[in-house]
Design a protein. Structure first.
Ligand SMILES: Cc1ncc(COP(=O)(O)O)c(C=O)c1O
Length: 409
């Protein structure tokens, strides 16, 4: 039991004591020998074919096929970032400029900025109480007579109740785009996220649960009707669906768009990391379960409640702090924990309604009190799938040590 482990020092590391964790936490090393092998295959393939590799080649074909198999069918296009993937989703759905789009309370800037870039008016929905995710009630509260779309983000590995949101949205003709960037492979009621909405997008940049390299993204949909438009929007408006399209003739392009292609090297890395995604999610779940068990007796911290029927793809591990039971603020608590050698983000700044540069696009007075309250009372423990029993024990021991030091007498 980590709680019973004795440490040489009960003096907090932040006060000069010996930290619980004295060796660095394991480095994730997502990109290893298999990924290197896949990259060298791209080179070998091009040498054999006597053509330099580019994009929309055999590796993207294999990667997106594998991605769809993982999702249980559908169509996928590999693009250069999650932000780019959202841009493609928005333009594919052809939502009339000037329309309102409901956006999530908590996300990365890339998960909302493209909405403004395509001329939509963002309306932020609050999070469900005790969650970073928008709930169905909060979605409803954000609707206007001009709402034409919603971006539903699954944050921190915990899925949103996408099914309920889709039900409300489809009865009003509102398009649903899922942001799966922080929850690849999570399930709601046994169904993969990304398969609920009209379209979905995934960031596959290097720190995500599923990554294709430094930067990357995937546009995904179950609906075959979007396929050709997705491909054209992601590649400067080329009519890629026409078999007689002459690549060298821009006269035939359909409309202006950006070049958002993913390259063959990244797709090759993606083939390899995708094959390990199910086991990686399972490992991350086991770590979270072990942390939940170890922290059950803790009075000052509590993990987020995962709603029934949801299977997370854990990205970070959020703990709420009961500041009544300790004599310091949540921030001081988390800083003391970090000094014990534990990876912590104590100030999750991804609350959309707080960003000055984004607020100018929002209705005056926009606030998301549930999201802000959760951020104010919680911190995120950072971990990866290489953590084992030792790391779980150290995280728990550090939390018990800090809790004891700050316990109100
Ligand atoms: C929830 C969310 N949405 C969107 C993005 C944007 O993705 P990218 O950084 O690949 O553009 C990210 C990641 O950074 C994210 O975490």
């Amino acid at each position: 039991m980590p709680t019973l482990r004795r440490h040489r020092s009960t003096r907090l590391a932040i006060d000069g004591g010996t930290p619980v964790r004295r060796t660095p936490l394991p480095y994730r090393r997502l990109f290893g020998k298999n990924e290197l092998k896949m990259v060298s295959r791209v080179f070998q393939d091009s040498w054999r074919k006597k053509t330099d590799f580019g994009y929309q080649g055999v590796f993207e074909e294999a990667y997106t096929r594998g991605f769809c198999a993982f999702q249980g069918g559908g169509f996928a296009d590999a693009v250069c970032s999650g932000t780019a993937a959202l841009y493609v989703c928005l333009r594919t759905l052809d939502i009339e400029p000037g329309s309102d789009i409901v956006v999530p309370p908590v996300t990365d800037p890339g998960g909302v900025a493209p909405a403004v870039l395509v001329g939509l008016k963002p309306v932020v929905a609050d999070a469900a109480p005790g969650s970073f995710n928008m709930g169905p009630a909060e979605f409803k509260a954000a609707l206007t007579s001009n709402t034409k779309a919603v971006i539903v983000a699954h944050i921190g590995g915990i899925p949103t109740d996408a099914g309920s949101i889709v039900k409300i949205a489809s009865s009003r003709g509102i398009k649903v785009i899922e942001d799966c960037s922080q929850s690849h492979g999570a399930l709601v009621g046994g169904r993969r996220i990304g398969t609920f909405g009209d379209m979905a997008f995934f960031s596959t940049m290097f720190s995500k649960n599923h990554a294709t390299g430094g930067c990357g993204g995937v546009v995904y949909t179950r609906h075959a009707r979007y396929r050709d438009r997705i491909r054209s929007i992601a590649d400067r408006g080329k009519p890629l669906a026409y078999s007689d399209f002459d690549l060298k003739n821009p006269n035939e392009y359909l409309f202006p768009s950006l070049n958002l292609n993913q390259d063959e090297l990244s797709c090759a890395i993606g083939i390899s990391t995708l094959s390990r995604l199910p086991s990686m999610i399972a490992r991350r779940r086991r770590i979270v379960e072990a942390l939940d068990r170890a922290l059950r007796p803790a009075l000052s911290v509590r993990p987020l409640t995962v709603p029934k029927g949801m299977s997370p793809s854990p990205f970070f591990y959020t703990l709420t702090v009961d500041t009544e039971s300790i004599s310091v603020s949540k921030t001081e608590f988390a800083e003391a924990l970090a000094a014990e050698g534990i990876g912590v983000n104590h100030d999750y700044r991804n609350i959309v309604a707080e960003w000055p540069w984004f607020r100018r696009y929002l209705p005056a007075g926009t606030a998301t009190p549930n999201a802000t309250a959760l951020r104010a009372s919680s911190f995120n423990v950072l971990f990866n799938e290489r953590f084992g029993r030792g790391e779980v024990d150290d995280i728990a021991a550090a939390i018990f040590k800090v809790s004891a030091a700050f316990a109100r007498s």
